[in-house]
Ligand binder design. Sequence first.
Ligand code: FES
Length: 157
Amino acid sequence: MQPARTEILSAVMPIVDQWRHEEGPLLPILNGILREFGYVPREVVPAIAEALNLSRAEVYGVVSFYHDYRENPPGRHVLKLCRAEACQSMGGDAIAERLQNLLGLKFGETAADGSVTLEPVYCLGLCACSPAAMLDGEVIGRLDDEKAREIAREVRA
Ligand code: FES
């Protein structure tokens, strides 16, 4: 269950206050919120904008630019699949299709049972072992059909 707006704001304001007078405070604030909640609730945008004297559009623009600042709570597992060139040239598109079918999810979606979130990522620094993915922070290289099935089993268990 998502926390209420007042709970969110009371957890967020100390993070904002910690960074608001530093140089370039927006990203550290967003990272702190991400650590606290696992996502960046949309309710925090006006409060951050006001504290930093920015427009809501400016804050929202940064939040929506970075994939890691997801808008909703993630699933219990987070699967990031590399969609960058080296992985695509090694069959990444077929693996992406396969995983989406196995999980019944499109990129950016979380399973209805909250088990897994599927996200695109653009290079994991694992190009030599492409196609690559990251499951809950652990990198997985040389993805193939068997590994895709293993991942799907693991996240649904
Ligand atoms: S392009 Fe996929 S890991 Fe680098």
